[in-house]
Design a protein around this ligand. Structure first.
Ligand code: ADP
Length: 549
């Protein structure tokens, strides 16, 4: 704009200068011309007087650059100081001569064939028969003007420089108030009256835009508040793959930092799979895939946002499915283990039954074989019982009624049940301390029963099992200690897994199912408690359970 104004002002100044100079030259020319004619007139007066007094001799005595001519009534040239009169043609057709014969004087300006230049002519009648004409070359005027050319040139240069400076200053001065306007202001006052309608329109549009931005920000805030507390990550992008909004969970799940909105979505992840999915979604194709990152598994649901059927962005939903994946894995392992564990006793039972059916058993062995079948069947029942209990816990299908449970009374009851097993191995089982907890009685009984049962099962003959109870820091603590076979440190992390037994051959002889500690863990977690174990091979094990009161 500044350049345009500058150019216009400069052109105006230069045009004005050229017009003024041209007009000045025209005026000067006319002025000079009228002065020349006046001079010719004055010269004609004294030449006429001289001619009248002395005749042609007077005219011949005059030294002048002007042309003096005498013409008679018939148009014939009698005297000419610049040309041979015999060579001159009839002058009766000359305007100035005719006018002089008619009105006493005449004037004209034209090209002269005699001298080959434009001339100014003035003719004056001396008497009725003769006219004296005096003429001067127009080039004299042009020469005067030409002489002024160099001055005019410098005048134009100086005017041009001044015009550039003025135009520059004016252009800046005109544009400055417009540049100084703060377009973010709600009510802009026009610096020029002529621009008022434009600024009124801008103010109107600013108001509408601000209102819409406010609405959008409000919606964005609402969306943020809604999504901020979600465990799932959400990212919304536009068609240019730039982030419009996202929640903190999204950044956290991707492990991304310093995410800035209106920047590429690949700030979150630049894996090939993610880039491919984003490229597809902007074309309108939804996709879903699993992303494994730092021991976690996420499900990514990438859906296009369609406006009037056309993709105009996308939403990316990130769900942490690590727990679900682990559960699925455990469930698959559990099913495989259950089938295996059930098949083993059943194969034994079916084998024994088959040899009995085929009469291949001596009568005295029948008792032993029946005993084997009985033992295997019992093992099956225990196993199925454990599986049922575990699946009930899995489905949280427990009697949720919690009550105050006297753990001491529970432990004494369990010890009484296991009295015979302990007696067989000469294991001294003791219980000291006291604790109560708000919980589900039969689940807590399972916990104590499994721990003491294991301590006796994996205890050494003539050993001990110490059960101690206490309450500390608003927790009920159950400690079951034995000096049995202990657990290898490599197995400690795995003993709570379903069907895991640290020493398969040994455990089989002892007759466990590998589900006891899983049930304990589940029951403890159901009470929001924690379980810890310390053990040394051949020295013994200590299980500590902390239950919040
Ligand atoms: P099981 O039915 O085999 O006893 P558990 O889940 O109760 O199954 O125990 C898992 C494994 O942990 C056992 O096979 C055993 O190897 C080990 N274990 C549990 N308690 C003890 C303990 N008190 N002393 C030594 N080993 C133990």
């Amino acid at each position: 704009m500044t350049t345009k104004i500058f150019k216009n002002i400069l052109i105006t100044c230069l045009c004005a200068t050229v017009i003024i100079i041209s007009l000045f030259l025209v005026v000067l020319y006319n002025n000079f011309k009228s002065e020349t004619i006046t001079k010719l007139k004055n010269d004609a007066v004294y030449l006429t007087a001289g001619y009248k007094a002395q005749g042609i001799d007077y005219l011949e005595s005059i030294e002048t650059s002007d042309r003096i001519t005498l013409i008679d009534e018939s148009g014939e040239v009698i005297y000419d100081n610049h040309a041979n009169v015999e060579k001159l043609d009839d002058h009766s057709d000359r305007i100035e001569i005719n006018e002089a014969f008619e009105d006493g004087e005449g004037y004209s300006e034209r090209y002269s064939d005699t001298i080959g230049k434009v001339s100014l002519y003035y003719a004056k009648a001396i008497d009725n028969d003769t006219v004296l004409r005096i003429s001067t070359q127009a080039s004299t005027i042009s020469a005067l003007l030409l002489g002024m050319t160099s001055y005019l040139f410098w005048i134009i240069i100086i005017v041009a420089i001044i015009a550039v400076l003025i135009a520059n200053h004016l252009a800046k001065a005109i544009v400055k108030p417009i540049n100084d306007i703060d377009l973010n202001k709600s009510n802009i006052i026009s610096p020029y009256k002529e621009l008022s309608p434009l600024f009124a329109r801008i103010n109107e549009q600013n108001y509408t835009i601000n209102k819409q931005i406010k609405n959008l920000n409000q919606r964005k805030e609402e969306f943020k508040t809604m999504t901020e507390n979600m465990a799932e990550g959400i990212i919304v992008i536009n068609q240019k793959k730039d982030v419009l909004t996202y929640n903190e969970s999204a950044a956290k799940l991707f492990g991304a930092h310093d995410i800035s909105e209106n920047n590429s979505v690949f700030q979150f992840d630049h894996s090939l799979k993610f880039m491919e999915a984003i490229d597809n979604v902007v074309l309108g194709q939804k996709s879903e895939y699993k992303l494994e990152k730092d021991d976690k598994v996420y499900s990514l649901l990438i859906n296009p946002i369609l406006v009037n059927g056309k993709p105009s962005g996308a939403t990316i939903l990130i769900i942490d499915i690590t727990a679900k994946e682990l559960q699925d894995k455990l469930r698959r392992e559990f099913s495989a283990n259950v089938s295996h564990e059930l098949k083993t006793p059943l194969t034994s039972i079916s084998g024994f039954a088959e040899i009995m059916k085929n009469g291949l058993v001596d009568p005295e062995d029948v008792k032993d074989i029946a005993g084997n079948i009985y033992d295997e069947a019992k093992r099956l029942i225990v196993l199925i019982d454990d599986i049922i209990r575990l699946s009930r816990l899995d489905n949280s299908d427990v009697d949720v009624k919690k009550e105050s449970v006297d753990l001491k009374a529970l432990a004494i009851e369990v010890i009484a049940h296991l009295k015979n097993a302990a007696k067989q191995k000469h294991i001294a089982v003791s219980c000291e301390g006291y604790a109560t907890v708000n919980g589900v009685p039969y689940l807590l009984e399972e916990v104590i029963q499994n721990l003491i049962d294991n301590a006796i099962k994996y205890g050494k003959d003539d050993g001990y099992v110490k059960v101690s109870l206490c309450e500390k820091d608003n927790e009920a603590i159950i400690k079951v200690e034995d000096n049995g076979i202990g657990i290898a440190s490599s197995d400690l992390d795995r003993i709570f897994e379903r069907f895991y037994r640290s020493d398969k051959s040994h455990s089989k002889a002892i007759g466990g199912t590998g589900l006891g500690l899983s049930i304990v863990k589940h029951a403890v977690e159901y009470h929001n408690g924690k379980i810890e174990v310390e053990s040394k091979l051949n020295e013994g094990s200590t299980f500590v359970i902390r239950l919040p009161k």
